[in-house]
Design a protein around this ligand. Structure first.
Ligand code: LRH
Ligand code: MN
Length: 423
């Protein structure tokens, strides 16, 4: 789908309005000279399992035109990246997206300007051709044979990642228990660490292992990697290539995620993110759709902590979305999430850290809030749009996606009943 001319026309129509907004903010506030370049360098990976309509146990309402195979998923991520020029990577989930021909898939992805971010293992479902069940867990399982099966799967996933040029694996374990007394917490922890050590031992020298924690679901009494502390303690036992991954939806209500991020970063054990938003549980909603101020506060700690360590914002952490779309068009939802993340990052880059630290040292609480909320209440969308424009993207991706009737074209090409593998 060559959209170049359509995009040119669309941008030309919106250029005058954009320029007026961009000129206004440049007059209104001091824009750091490298801000636009930082936004252009900041790429957010799209999950291969979130390009179709998600669902819950109560129902799934497919929207049609969904990708029916890995090639079509790569085309959809390529489309998102063509519009926002900020989604230059795809994160695969194995076995949902096993590449039949890794080199062909790698070529197709690079044709779309895409790299492969973290590969994800899956020991939270039993596959048709699987010998032993993960009903009672995987790396924690009481049966050594089940643990071995799960370890071998993760090693297999790393192999697929190596073939695709990925440099990291994300391990999320649904392991835990549903009832008091069901599990020996210490044994489960020790078996999980022993199993992770076998996986870690096969990591190439330039790879990272991300250990993702989650408070609950599908287990509802305990989760063996249930919070940042458990993940942090485990990755410290594994070694320098192991880090904790923060999925924003994996916390108990009202957890202070920005504080968790600040401490993991300080300890050098923050690996990356699964961005989404939630009101109650692991709702996997559009990033910034429920708690945009929290997303800003998280990026405020990220910019502060990364600069304190001289880290490269674009390269040194894993920036990935993990969402599920029950009522929105998956591509529109993902375009909105990337926009919200870019806005939070742009605002965090505008925080006057010198004045903030001075106010903090002076315990001028009101001043601290004023500094943060002045930035949070600053409309930075023209800065994000300017970065996109300079990369050849669209001024307003969602509006363009609709005006070009892209979903209609996808339904004409793929049919209304296609179902994408994933959640
Ligand atoms: C678990 C999770 C994990 C993925 C899955 C698709 O809730 O966040 O990151 O493997 O969603
Ligand atoms: Mn996740």
């Amino acid at each position: 789908m060559n959209l170049d001319h359509l995009i040119q026309d669309f941008n030309n129509k919106g250029l005058a309005t954009h320029q007026k907004r961009f000129d206004f903010i440049k007059e209104d506030i001091q824009i750091p000279i490298d801000l636009i370049q930082k936004l252009k360098d900041f790429q957010i990976a799209i999950p291969s399992w979130a390009l179709g309509t998600g669902g819950t146990r109560f129902g799934r309402f497919s929207g049609g035109g969904e990708p029916g195979n890995l090639e079509e998923k790569i085309a959809d991520v390529g489309l998102i990246h063509r519009l926002n020029k900020s989604s230059g990577a795809i994160s695969l989930h194995i076995p949902w997206d096993i590449p039949s021909d890794a080199n062909a898939i790698k070529k197709l992805a690079s044709d779309h300007g895409l790299a492969f971010d973290a590969v994800n293992s899956n020991t939270f479902q039993d596959q048709a051709n699987q010998d032993l069940s993960y009903k009672f867990g995987s790396l924690q399982h009481t049966d050594k044979a089940v643990r071995k099966q799960a370890i071998d799967h993760n090693i297999e996933v790393i192999k697929h990642g190596i073939d695709l040029g990925s440099k990291s694996i994300t391990v999320w374990l649904s392991d835990g228990s549903c009832f008091p007394g069901q599990l020996n917490f210490r044994r489960a922890y020790e078996r999980t660490v022993e199993s992770l050590k076998e996986i870690y031992a096969t990591l190439p020298s330039d790879w990272k292992l991300f250990l993702e924690y989650k408070a609950y679901e599908p287990n509802f009494y305990s989760t063996t990697v249930g919070d940042w502390g458990q993940s942090y303690s485990m990755v410290n036992k594994l070694g320098d290539k192991a880090y904790t991954l923060v999925d924003l939806g994996h916390h108990l209500p009202n957890a202070n995620i920005e504080q968790i991020v600040s401490l993991l970063l300080m300890e050098g054990k923050l690996g990356g993110f699964h961005f989404n938003d939630s009101k109650y549980g692991d709702d996997d909603l559009t990033a910034g759709s429920i708690k945009p101020y929290q997303l800003f506060l998280i990026f405020n700690e990220l910019v502060d902590g990364m600069d304190a360590k001289g880290m490269n914002h674009a390269k040194d952490l894993g920036w990935m979305i993990d969402a599920s779309h029950n009522v929105k068009d998956p591509l529109e939802d993902l375009l909105q999430s990337v926009e919200a993340i870019q806005i939070a990052y742009a605002q965090a880059l505008l925080v006057d850290r010198k004045s903030l630290e001075a106010a903090r040292e002076a315990n001028d609480v009101v001043r601290c809030q004023e500094i943060l909320q002045n930035v949070f209440r600053t409309d930075v969308r023209s800065l994000v749009a300017q970065a996109r424009l300079e990369l050849g993207g669209v001024l307003n991706p969602v509006e363009f996606y609709r005006s070009a009737e892209i979903r209609k074209q996808l339904i004409q090409q793929r049919g209304s009943k296609t179902v994408a593998t994933g959640l």
